[in-house]
Design a protein around this ligand. Sequence first.
Ligand code: GLU
Length: 492
Amino acid sequence: MRLRFAPSPTGYVHVGNARTALFNYLHAKKHGGKLILRIEDTDIERSKKEYEEILINDFKWLGIEWDEGPDTGGGYGPYRQSERLDLYREIAHKLLDEGKAYYCFCTPEELEQERKEALSKGLPPKYSGKCRNIPPEVAKKRVESGEKAVIRFKMPQDKDFSYNDVIRGKISFDLSLFGDFVILRSNGLPAYNFAVVVDDHYMKVDLVIRGEDHISNTPKQIKIYEALGWTPPEFGHLSMVLGPDGSPLSKRHGATSLNQFKSMGYLPEALLNYLAMLGWAPPEDNEILSKEKLIKFFDVRKVSKSGAIFDYSKLNWVNRKHIAALNSIEIIKRAEEFLVKEGYINSLKELDEMSLKWLSDAIDGIKTNIVTLVDVPEELKIFFEYSHSKEAFEELKEEGGEEVLNFMKEFFKGKGHIDIKDIYSLIGEAKKKGLKGKALFHPMRIIFTGKSSGIELDKFLEIMTKTEGLKFKKTPLSLKERLEEAEKLLVK
Ligand code: GLU
């Protein structure tokens, strides 16, 4: 079983294309087959080498692995269309020699004129076939004398043509609506419909899973296979990925490309898991699945043919579940770039064991709030800064927070570092004065954290009494400093 995905390096990878690649990957792996990455870069104006590098990195980040491709090599290369031009030329000339294709000299202006006339008569705009009638020897001479020409394929005109789509079942077409189409341009570059057939044939592809925008190309491709006496692969066309409003997912809906989701802190395994569910449902509603499980359960024949809505909140839910399954050290590792960006660390390597342990305890305290990795530094702020809430301080004033604050200040006077034993004795002393329960702990929470809810207070204090000697680029705000901050806010 050999499958391929064939992106054009003309931009960042859209999640719709990532899903196509993923379904090919899952099917190939499930059947012990091979997956090929082919770069379709014959649109020389729009294709860029840097996009090829980006797409290779982004697909790898997502966890899609291919057995053959421009970076890995393989026995059926080269894997960039721009490196296969001689082959396309050779096959186009074979069709020409066999009378299954012909040179066409029509200019763009003539073609445009023809198109307009057809439309004005209410006819479908298809090429008239004008140059079909030029005797081949005459056409050849014109080309040899330097006249510009494209090569067109003589499209058979079956009224009742159909093929069996593995996802959609039988699809029928009236081929008399299809004109003779270009297979080789005058600059020697192949047209998509032609190159793809030559490549899928020589790369021995058995099944093509791709987007539904290619359904109308499929009869053209099958007819080229037939003309060359080749067996076509099977085809399966996936529905479009839609935005929440039902139109094709685009920038105006939010993030659309792999690199955006990566920089927003989604875990690759979560995005992969979510993409797999766009148009396919795992058995028994077991939605949180590893790649191995997806491979095990995936069935291309169960893929839906109706449009798949990209639901950002569902993706968040999936991401949250995958984060919850990681231990804190793993979360720190995954969030390194975000911690660096927010100025907490220079790199993880620089952290000593004690600091790493402290950070992992801190993460444990806020883990349930993390939706994406971007939230890691955000949620850690509570330990490093004093980002207070105004409402909490209003509450504090009303609840006689001043008394608690003064008591605490007095108690900790002259103390350098506050450790957990100091907290216990503070609580003991307060109790003697009749200050206990909510009347003590709620103000204390606001004074230390700046907020009236969030992380459990005892967890927070346990972490904050262990900040001595930590080696972060940004220093956590000590409990003593927090008392001062709270005082400033209370007098205000
Ligand atoms: N390069 C084409 C695309 O990105 C591939 C289509 C195909 O899979 O045949 O849409």
